[in-house]
Design a protein around this ligand. Structure first.
Ligand code: NAD
Ligand code: DAU
Length: 410
């Protein structure tokens, strides 16, 4: 016969065992849920939003390749939570990428110099570890990268017009900075993903086929030449030292939190302020427009499933600049009288166009359409977030703006 004291002890042990079993079950369910989430995300299972996928018409990029892809399950290991260093994570695309990783359970350290384009507010409410510093500074990199399994390098000087005003900073960050990161990846045997641009292929004729990843590098501006220099360092480190590194080359990216010196946020915010919309030259240049969420999805997919030594294009929907300007006027209700054709950008590329079928082969499927929702949603974001861009459009920005546009608009 048990004494009451012993009965209580047994009861407590049963309770504890039960609680532990429940906790373990909850952990398993959470892990399974996270895995499902990642698989959905990587295979593009979510319902498409706002009309056709970019590039859908006729080019095979919008088919369902990648859904229910068994190789996703075979490579489950790559879907486990990682600790990742995101450089340039306080910028436009980098901050969106940090959000994305954190939401899916990865741990993120950010290294960002906080140049004029870096903004801590871009990471508000996102659980991350922040290090202010330069990617060209090996000590700063070593501090920020401690314990990471991969580096994703967004850090760069990114604006073509600024590169024309002064290329030196571009070479320091985009080439030397990349090489410093690659040294760290080499020493620690970790993956390096280089976020690059379709601009490295240079401009292509109107009737040319979209560039595949083996198209020649024909950079036109100091910006694209410095990005090309970074790409070549990456590929050289793979071949010479066997570093686990790869490159993505994205198209013109649009969405929330883009610094208002670039075409879309500049024209949208100028339209709201009743200021001129300075179209370079005839405005017949063509760019591919890629939603920032789709760009980040492509980068994440390449990070988890891409192969070392490979380049992956991430394309969008091709539009002529003047068509985009007309859409902005429609969506903002601004007067067409604000449009000014001004002196062209020196060396201005006429057209970019890339073939993303290699990334589609890994399962990438863009979910946003520029015409059906994407641009509109972006215009709405700037309409509703004047508190984000109004403070930026003062001080140093004004000095840059005057240098770039005053004579052109006079
Ligand atoms: P961005 O200009 O908004 O942000 C760049 C970030 O890098 C900023 O936070 C800045 O503070 C940081 N940075 C700059 N120099 C640094 C340094 N030396 N050390 C550490 N941090 C530094 O840029 P973005 O538009 O978000 O572009 C991110 C990356 O994507 C870039 O590499 C760019 O070349 C590439 N890319 C951009 C586009 C686009 O359309 N915006 C398209 C394709 C590829
Ligand atoms: O293609 C990817 C690249 O897209 C990225 O690598 C770059 O970081 C990013 O800046 C962007 O480069 P572009 O030169 O294409 O983008 P930008 O926004 O400067 O210009 C887009 C088009 O709009 C281009 O044809 C120039 C034109 N433009 C731009 C500005 C700023 C104007 O007509 N007027 C302007 O004031």
């Amino acid at each position: 016969m048990r004494l009451p004291g012993q009965a209580v002890a047994v009861e407590k042990r049963v309770d504890r065992a039960q609680r532990q079993a429940f906790e373990r079950l909850a952990e398993i369910e959470l892990a399974a849920h996270r895995q499902e989430l990642l698989l959905d995300r990587l295979a593009g299972v979510d319902a498409r939003r706002g009309g056709p996928f970019p590039g859908e018409e006729g080019d095979g990029r919008g088919d369902d390749a990648g859904r229910d892809d068994p190789t996703l399950h075979a490579r489950e290991g790559t879907l486990l939570p990682m600790r990742v260093l995101v450089t340039g994570g306080a910028g436009f695309i980098g901050s969106q990428f940090v959000r994305r990783l954190v939401e899916s359970g990865d741990q993120v350290a950010v290294l960002d110099k906080l140049t004029y384009a870096g903004n801590r507010a871009n990471l508000e409410g996102v659980d991350h570890e922040f290090h202010q510093g330069d990617i060209a500074d090996a000590d700063a990199v070593a501090r920020a990268a401690e314990g990471v399994e991969a580096i994703v390098n967004f850090a760069a000087e990114t604006h073509v017009d600024r590169s024309i005003m002064g290329p030196a900073e571009f070479i320091l960050t985009d080439v030397l900075g990349t090489q410093v990161l690659l040294d760290y990846a080499r020493q620690h045997g970790i993956r390096h993903l280089q976020v690059s641009t379709d601009e490295v292929y240079g401009d292509i004729p109107l009737d040319a086929e979209p560039c595949t990843e083996d198209a020649p590098i024909r950079a036109s501006s100091p910006y694209s030449a410095s990005k090309a220099g970074g790409d070549l360092q990456v590929l050289a480190y793979v071949r010479t030292y066997g570093v686990d590194a790869l490159v993505t080359r994205g198209a013109n990216t649009y969405g929330a939190r883009q610094y208002p010196e670039k075409f879309l946020p500049l024209f949208i915010t100028n339209a709201f302020e009743g200021q001129h919309l300075p179209v370079y030259g005839d405005g017949k240049q063509r760019r591919e427009w890629l939603h920032v969420a789709d760009h980040c999805a492509g980068i994440e997919l390449a990070l988890r499933r891409g192969e070392a030594g490979n380049v992956y294009n991430v394309g969008g929907q091709e539009r002529e600049n003047m068509d985009v300007v007309r859409r902005i006027l429609d969506l903002t209700g601004a007067s067409p009288d604000l449009v000014r054709h001004v002196a062209d950008r020196p060396g201005h590329d006429r057209r970019y166009s890339v073939d993303s079928s290699k990334l589609s082969g890994l399962g990438w499927q863009p979910k946003h359409s520029f015409d059906s929702g994407g641009l509109e949603e972006t215009v709405d974001w700037y309409r509703e977030h004047r508190d984000w861009w109004e403070p930026i459009k003062s001080g140093d920005y004004k000095r840059y703006y005057d240098e770039q546009y005053a004579a052109r608009l006079a």
